[in-house]
Design a binder for this molecule. Structure first.
Ligand code: TEU
Ligand code: CA
Length: 573
């Protein structure tokens, strides 16, 4: 039996506030800009908005460095604007999910200012402070060899009290000490309850696996031959108390509201995933795993990229969703977000841009789990042009990586060649590609703003924008609108169904079944056929039965052949 819930049925649309829509002509997106598009989102088929951090912040990591949980970054708007957004969504039968960033705060947060002020301050152990290690030359060194996600050591030395503090991300993102119950209770009050009491319907929980650190703080094995550090998720996803902390947060706060939580864990075992999101565990409702978005990447280093292949992609799709089958757990379907490049560039093909974007829509809308789409994905916004230089990239992850790379190899005779290779990878996988302003129309700055925006608009805004696609029945936007309707129409198969790949070894096609009872039974199934290649391929009927075509991304469907990047959904009885 299927247990339907609003957060399983939903299509969730992620908004990156800085780049979505500028309503007051200061070049920065804002909450009033979001409010002005609610009918557009409703009409697209969006049920819930996930709004990335809009709290007060120095913006070093674009809002994932929060200086006051109970506030709004002034350039985005006010607490009243947030209430208008919440009410505007609820009046349309829609909902709002915010971003919960509680592994760390900004170094500008009042808590950290107190904590760093002296070793005896009552908030000293609200963060993770350690004395330096003294090396054989008598020099101060970090307490261990942990590496940051944003390059360099995971420890920042603080002159005032002559100690290091832990920062798994930027030096201005000090990790909170979750071992301290006062920290946890303060977070439950000001990061969670404050917003739940204003009608927020849930949270996307940032770095949900990192809060519990092994308190021995031992060195970890260095895994890359060039002796670079590895990021925290290779050793802090297995913190001894992580499930205890999530159970406490659920029982003390989340369980008291009709809300949902989705944890950004990224990498973990199947057992851990089931502990995080089985209903009976009482931790979180669903999980973001990075299997699909990291196909071809070297684990732990976004910019060490080995290239895409379809077989790995099929395995990643299956492992990200099928682990919940036969359990009371739930998962997510996504292929873009603010940390990922544009899917049509990464997994599609610029020469078949619209067709491959629609193919990705067929894939995403036929997979089991809660579906997330990212702003601009619905109109097939692409990565930034390869011609743009490193100066156009603003994301701390990209900028730090480039500078560290230049420090390391800048004097090499073949640096120009090495730099070109790195720019090729940055041009494919940097987080900046999803953070350029949304292209609303062909007017100046893509209709995002009336002045030059904080981040350069992609050069192709005249060809790719919402306005030109709204009226075009053959546009990617209208294809997504239909795909979302088809997903709901056959939700028992497409949202809640089981999954079986039929062509694992095929290097060009990705074909699978979605079904309710078992693949052999005569009950209706969805039969999804996707050609992820530039070649026409033979259409094979892997199963018997009456085939009814319900959606495809080409107008003339040929019985024998799939054209390049053609996809089809059949219901087979
Ligand atoms: O991301 C955590 C995370 O694992 C990724 O950021 C990844 O490690 C990073 O992109 C480096 O490749 C969450 C947020 O999604 C991200 O935007 C924040 O920068 C990060 O946490 C810190 O809050
Ligand atoms: Ca603005």
């Amino acid at each position: 039996t299927i247990s339907y819930t609003w957060w399983k049925d939903a299509t969730i649309y992620q908004i990156w506030p800085a780049s979505y829509k500028d309503s007051n002509g200061d070049g920065i997106g804002d909450i009033q800009g979001i409010i002005s598009t609610l009918d557009y989102l409703k009409d697209l088929g969006v049920d819930i908005i996930w709004l990335s951090p809009m709290y007060d912040s120095p913006q070093d990591d674009m809002g994932y460095d929060i200086s006051d949980y109970e506030s709004v970054y002034p350039k985005y708007g006010t607490l009243d604007d947030m209430q208008t957004l919440i009410d505007g969504l609820h009046s349309r039968g829609m909902r709002l999910v915010l971003d919960l960033v509680i592994n760390h705060t900004s170094s500008e947060h009042a808590w950290f200012k107190e904590s760093r002020s002296s070793k005896t301050n009552p908030k000293r152990d609200w963060y993770v402070w350690k004395p330096p290690k003294i090396d054989e030359h008598g020099n101060k060194q970090p307490p261990n060899n942990w590496g940051s996600h944003f390059s360099g050591s995971a420890w920042k030395y603080d002159e005032l009290t002559e100690e290091y503090y832990l920062r798994l991300f930027a030096p201005t993102q000090p990790d909170l000490n979750w071992e301290n119950p006062k920290v946890r209770d303060a977070l439950y009050d000001s990061a969670l309850k404050f917003w739940f009491d204003r009608g927020v319907d849930g949270f996307r929980i940032d770095t949900a696996g990192l809060y519990s650190k092994d308190q021995r703080f031992q060195d970890v094995p260095v895994i890359f031959p060039d002796k670079t550090y590895q990021p925290s998720d290779l050793y802090t996803q297995t913190g001894p108390r992580i499930h205890e902390f999530h159970k406490e947060m659920y029982s003390k706060v989340t369980s008291n509201y009709d809300v949902m939580t989705v944890g950004e864990v990224g990498h973990c075992s199947r057992e851990a995933a089931l502990k995080y999101v089985s209903a009976k565990e009482g931790e979180m409702n669903m999980i973001f795993l990075f299997n699909v978005v990291e196909v071809g990447s070297v684990r732990g280093d976004r910019f060490k990229y080995n290239g895409f292949n379809l077989i790995d992609f099929k395995k990643a799709v299956e492992s990200q969703g099928a682990f919940i089958e036969g359990t009371d757990a739930w998962s997510t379907v996504f292929i873009e977000n603010h940390d990922q490049p544009r899917s049509v560039t990464r997994f599609g093909n610029g020469k078949y841009k619209d067709t491959s974007a629609k193919l990705i829509s067929l894939l995403q809308t036929t997979l089991t789990g809660t579906l997330f789409i990212y702003q601009g994905q619905e109109i097939a916004m692409t990565n930034l042009p390869r011609s743009w230089s490193i100066e156009e990239y603003k994301d701390i992850n990209t900028v730090n990586y480039y500078h560290e790379f230049k420090e390391k190899y800048g004097k090499d005779a073949d640096f120009a060649e090495k730099e070109k290779k790195l720019m090729d990878v940055i041009n494919l996988v940097a987080r900046d590609h999803s953070r350029s302003p949304v292209q609303w129309d062909s007017s100046a700055y893509g209709g995002f703003s009336t002045v030059e925006p904080w981040s350069r608009v992609n050069d192709n805004y005249k060809e790719i924008n919402v306005a030109s696609q709204i009226e075009d029945s053959n546009s990617v936007l209208n294809f997504w609108r239909k795909s979302l309707k088809v997903r709901k129409q056959f939700k028992d198969l497409l949202i809640y169904g089981s999954f079986k790949v039929l062509d694992y070894e095929n290097e060009k096609t990705f074909t699978y079944l979605k079904y309710q009872s078992d693949p052999e039974s005569s009950s209706p199934k969805a039969y999804v056929v996707l050609n992820f290649s530039t070649d026409p391929v033979k259409f094979e009927k892997h199963i018997e039965g009456e085939f009814k075509l319900v959606h495809s991304n080409v107008s003339d469907v040929d019985e024998e052949t799939l054209s390049p990047y053609e996809g089809r959904i059949y219901i087979v009885s």
